[in-house]
Design a protein. Structure first.
Length: 132
């Protein structure tokens, strides 16, 4: 093996256990639209007594962000569902953050119950994005 004398790192390196302090990598709406060759991805959001129309903003195995025309309360339990290609994704979750975006609201949902098949499908989508 050739000598590696003088080899040094000229920057501080620290490992990151999470990407952007998140437990899972996220796919944004643009990446999802490109993967499925579609426009905005519609979603439904069920709260106590009503179902709301929404659009998927981003997605990971741990949660999703949806765009709604109204705000929700942080901590509110929800159910959401949407189609990604041939897969129907249904999940229970909790509203973790709300941010106003013009006349809409971006609702961040942490999944509390996502079946293993859906979680694997979402993970496969991220792998597809990375590979292509």
């Amino acid at each position: 093996m050739p000598s590696l004398e003088g080899l040094s790192v000229d920057w501080d390196y620290t490992t990151q256990d999470k990407i952007d302090n998140r437990s899972y990598s996220r796919l944004d709406a643009g990446s999802l639209q490109q993967l499925f060759e579609t426009g905005a991805i519609p979603a439904k959001l069920a709260i106590a007594g009503e179902t709301l129309d929404a659009r998927l903003v981003d997605l990971s195995k741990g949660g999703a962000a949806l765009s709604l025309d109204r705000s929700l309360a942080i901590g509110q339990p929800v159910k959401t569902g949407f189609l990604l290609g041939p897969a129907k994704i249904l999940a229970k979750g909790t509203v973790r953050h709300v941010k106003q975006d013009g006349d809409r609201y971006i609702i961040g949902i942490q999944f509390a119950a996502l079946n293993e098949g859906s979680a694997d499908y979402i993970a496969g989508l991220y792998a597809s994005k990375v590979l292509f």
